[in-house]
Design a protein around this ligand. Structure first.
Ligand SMILES: [Zn+2]
Length: 213
């Protein structure tokens, strides 16, 4: 029996999906054609097992998205910076979510020592985390160490997000919330990371990164 190519069958599924959504929510596509008002900016991994809108049970128009390998925030990355600026300043999202996930290939690569070409500078922040926490990681199994780096990477990314003036301004002026999550690809469940900061750290961050209008 001939196996249908996944791309061909996906195009067929799209027609069925569009018809089903139009039936369930007759005004959705007409509303989306006018504009978007997402309340969530999702920054996650490009991994095929982490489809943000699906796993949140949301619809087109609900989530503004940036995904890259291992959900890394690089302070000088033009792509994620443009997405964050547009989502926070212009779309005025209420929540910024940075989500890491279990079994992340980018994290596994950074915990190994194979040369990976252009991926090496991209994964550098993960190797820096590895270096900083080497002792702790060496005392763990490979799975535990990988999950620990996933968590530390999200915490580091949240720190960098909160060093961006556009984010600081939105937190102060309209209560923008920044969240760290870990997605378990083995069960489909999200877990929130503790994002509480000591008062002193908040003060130091504002004094150092808040720019004057
Ligand atoms: Zn990943």
């Amino acid at each position: 029996m001939a196996v249908t190519d996944v791309y061909i069958s996906a195009l067929d599924h799209n027609k069925e999906w569009a018809a089903k959504i139009a039936q369930e929510d007759p005004t959705l596509f007409a509303t989306l054609a006018i504009g978007q008002h997402p309340q969530i900016l999702w920054i996650g991994c490009s991994d095929s097992r982490c489809p943000e809108t699906t796993l949140l049970g949301l619809k087109p128009g609900d989530v503004f998205v940036h995904r890259n390998i291992a959900n890394i925030i690089h302070a000088t990355d033009l792509s994620s910076s443009a997405v964050i600026e547009y989502a926070v300043r212009h779309l005025r999202v209420k929540h910024v979510v940075l989500c890491g996930h279990t079994s992340c290939g980018g994290v596994a690569a950074a915990l190994g020592n194979k040369p990976l070409g252009i991926l090496d500078p991209w994964l550098l922040p993960l190797r820096q985390i590895r270096s900083l926490h080497l002792k702790e990681l060496q005392g763990m199994s490979a799975t535990e160490a990988s999950l620990r780096v996933v968590e530390l990477n999200v915490q580091e990314g949240i720190k960098l997000l909160k060093q961006k003036d556009v984010v600081l301004e939105a937190i102060e002026k309209r209560g923008l919330q920044v969240h760290g999550l870990i997605y378990d690809v083995a069960c489909g469940v999200l877990r929130e990371l503790d994002s509480n900061e000591p008062e002193e750290a908040i003060k130091a961050r504002l004094a150092s990164f808040k720019l004057e209008a």
